[in-house]
Write a protein that binds this ligand. Structure first.
Ligand code: 5GP
Length: 113
């Protein structure tokens, strides 16, 4: 068994999870505890701790994350979405492997994540 994050271990098939998309540098999981009709996690294969680290190291990959979020919302929902990054435990980050929450559905009244 590898010692990667829980998300990496799902990608490798070591533990169960729904991989919605796998690209060269990013993959997408369906969140196990969805907070909206569509709740996906966009995750770089490289285990950045958070989006601040990613933005400093590879802004082009951060742009890919944003573009992929739009594609996912277009494909799986109505094209409207929230893109949420939790940074640090006190913000609610529970998995220290960067992930962007893509939430879509009717979110106008929702208080999410
Ligand atoms: P955070 O609170 O760190 O921003 O978000 C972590 C997210 O990962 C949560 O929304 C949580 O539901 C999701 N999550 C935690 N463990 C698993 C898992 O084993 N499988 C999947 N698909 N999602 C998970």
């Amino acid at each position: 068994m590898s010692d990667g994050s829980i998300f990496t271990r799902i990608l490798k098939g070591e533990i169960p999870g729904e991989v919605v998309f796998e690209g060269e540098r990013l993959f997408v999981l369906r969140d196990v505890n969805p907070q909206a009709a569509l709740h996906l996690l966009i995750i770089p294969k490289r285990e950045y701790a958070d989006v601040v680290e990613l933005a400093a190291d590879d802004p082009a990959l951060l742009s890919e994350v944003v573009a992929l979020a739009q594609q996912l919302a277009d494909t799986h929902s109505d094209g409207h979405f929230r893109l949420i990054f939790n940074i640090g435990a006190n913000s609610g980050q529970t998995v220290p492997h960067l992930h962007a929450h893509v939430l879509s559905g009717d979110l106008k009244e929702a208080n999410l994540v």
